[in-house]
Design a protein around this ligand. Sequence first.
Ligand code: CDP
Ligand code: CDP
Length: 222
Amino acid sequence: MVAMQIAIDGPASAGKSTIAKILANQLGYIYVDTGAMYRVVTLAALRAQIDINDEDAVTQLLPTIQITFAPGEPVQRVYYNEQDVTEEIRSATVTKNVSAVSSYAAVREAMTNLQRLIAQDAGVVMDGRDIGTTVLPQAQVKIFLVASVHERALRRFKENQAKGSNETLAEIEQAVQHRDELDSNRAISPLRKADDAIKVDTTGMSIDAVVQKIKGIITNIA
Ligand code: CDP
Ligand code: CDP
């Protein structure tokens, strides 16, 4: 089978990274978590104590940010200027501010260029919001993963509880919904199903069932 580009987009906590990582491992492809990249830029801005709403200040920070990934279990490790920030980029503060930072043109351009560079000579499974529409419009496989807001919030709630967080289910549900709204309504490459993407509703589906379903789609296309 020729190495493919597989794009997995969808709203927060639809299971994109979980499914993308399993598929990449099984196919021997590179897994690219584009959300982690936007989270690193957000963390950099917060650490620099820049006003998140100051687009110029965030833009000026971009050349100072180097983002790298390294394999890791159970999650891929993410580095900001060679410092491991894997856990820090998932903090509630980064999560709260990431959609604003992701709406800026220069941020999107820098991240999109980096993502295309990584995808240029290897098979990739890339997950995000605009992979099928903007980053890899020629991807052979495009999946738009969704689930009900309640189920997505519940998944994130369980994950956070395991990490000792005390955010309530209602708070998470509201935050997930708010972020989806911001991501869907921004001017540049909003969260949207590409016309040629296949929508998979994972509400009530186990991780394994979703993986099997998408593998079936890939087999049909390859
Ligand atoms: O894992 P979760 O669904 O919480 O979010 P994520 O995939 O880590 O993405 C964090 C944020 O980055 C999203 O809410 C978007 O604002 C932004 N993002 C984006 O704009 N474009 C992408 N391709 C990926 C993420
Ligand atoms: O990357 P994204 O934000 O779309 O979601 P994720 O981080 O892959 O998944 C969010 C949580 O939902 C994780 O704790 C997964 O284990 C869980 N999950 C699930 O329970 N059932 C699925 N079918 C997919 C993910």
